[in-house]
Design a protein. Structure first.
Length: 173
């Protein structure tokens, strides 16, 4: 199996839509979320990453800008959402490759905090930990503590940043 992990290009958009559609049970929500994020200033093209096999897009990961707000202080962070792998290609390590690539690219861009809402037994293997334990809060979505997670890409940075994660308006379209 030869999977190529690369940055999404415009001609991938239709296939990326399809990957998100089928990966999330033939529903449009995540595919439409990707499209809305692409239209905003929170979109960073290097953080829209695809997995390609034999010329076909089989996976997609998107990280985009968000903010942690604490009074007057604002810190730019990234949120991981969505990540999708076609059902027939799941359980082959494609999601893992996409996540590691995304986290590495965040570091290269000089950003060291990534947050997500995700499965509590999957994401810890990538360094994600319950975010509320670090003084981070999420009010926009009501989620259990164990699914609201943060990954610190520069050790100690979470000691200096506390506050509420604010997802951009694209997440509420």
């Amino acid at each position: 199996m030869s999977i190529i992990i690369r940055t999404e290009i415009n001609s991938d958009y239709t296939q990326v839509h399809n990957v998100n559609f089928v990966a999330f049970g033939n529903r449009e929500d995540e595919a439409k979320l990707v499209e809305r994020i692409r239209e905003t200033e929170n979109f960073i093209s290097q953080l829209s990453i695809v997995a390609e096999e034999h010329g076909e897009i089989v996976g997609h990961l998107l990280m985009s800008k968000a903010e942690i707000i604490n009074g007057e202080k604002r810190h730019e962070v990234f949120v991981l959402a969505p990540i999708a792998v076609k059902p027939n290609n799941q359980k082959q390590g494609i999601g893992k490759q996409l996540i590691y690539e995304g986290l590495n690219r965040c570091k290269q861009l000089g950003h060291f905090i990534v947050l997500l809402i995700g499965h509590p037994s999957y994401y810890p293997k990538f360094g994600f930990k319950p975010a509320r334990e670090y003084g981070l809060e999420l009010i926009q979505f009501e989620v259990p503590d164990e699914v609201f997670m943060v990954c610190e890409l520069n050790e100690g940075i979470l000691n200096t940043i506390k506050g509420e994660l604010k997802y951009p308006s694209a997440f509420f379209g």
